[in-house]
Unconditional design. Structure first.
Length: 189
């Protein structure tokens, strides 16, 4: 490939060996920084090695999620297969195993919580629905004596009433005045 390019090019001529076209405005290749005429400026026209390196493709391995380089002319499937045969570490399998850590421990439940909820008695992981020990029939449920029922708050009981006939009091009770007139108040010293 080096025999296709000339080392000179300062005079405005194309750097392709077979091309002697003198261009008043020679263009620089953005990949290899060499001067070319308008016919040879495209990377595929002057076999630009820098463009081939920058045009490398990668695909993601479905097993380990790593980027696998695909060489020019190679199919992506062949590159991934070669990667899998030469020591692919299946992180996806490990990640899937960690995702099952938050599964509900009730056999008939298939929920998988984002945040693990652990029973404080049996230390098993449960979903939101089965998090309480009564909901999952916890075998390690607390052995505490039953709490006594809360008694109603003590309300003051009314004083015992006496019958009006026995005390000789009238049925009409006297009302105390709500206010006392100023004239009836004792003078202050």
């Amino acid at each position: 490939m080096t025999d296709l390019l000339r080392s000179d090019g300062d005079d405005g001529t194309c750097m392709m060996a077979r091309c002697s076209e003198a261009d008043l405005l020679p263009t620089l290749c953005t990949k290899c920084n060499r001067r070319f005429c308008t016919k040879h400026i495209a990377p595929h026209e002057h076999n630009c090695a820098a463009h081939a390196r920058s045009n490398a493709r990668t695909v993601e391995c479905p097993m380990c999620t790593q980027a696998v380089a695909v060489r020019p002319g190679e199919s992506p499937d062949a590159a991934v297969m070669a990667h899998m045969e030469t020591g692919c570490a299946p992180q996806a399998v490990q990640q899937a195993a960690t995702n099952w850590l938050n599964m509900c421990s009730v056999h008939s439940c298939t929920r998988n919580e984002v945040q693990p909820i652990t029973c404080e008695y049996c230390r098993q992981t449960y979903c939101v629905e089965h998090r309480h020990y009564k909901s999952h029939q916890c075998r390690a449920k607390p052995v505490t004596p039953p709490m006594p029922k809360a008694q109603p708050a003590a309300t003051p009981s009314p004083p015992p009433q006496t019958s009006p006939a026995s005390s000789g009091a009238s049925l009409v009770a006297k009302k105390a005045p709500l206010y006392v007139p100023l004239a009836a108040q004792a003078p202050r010293n």
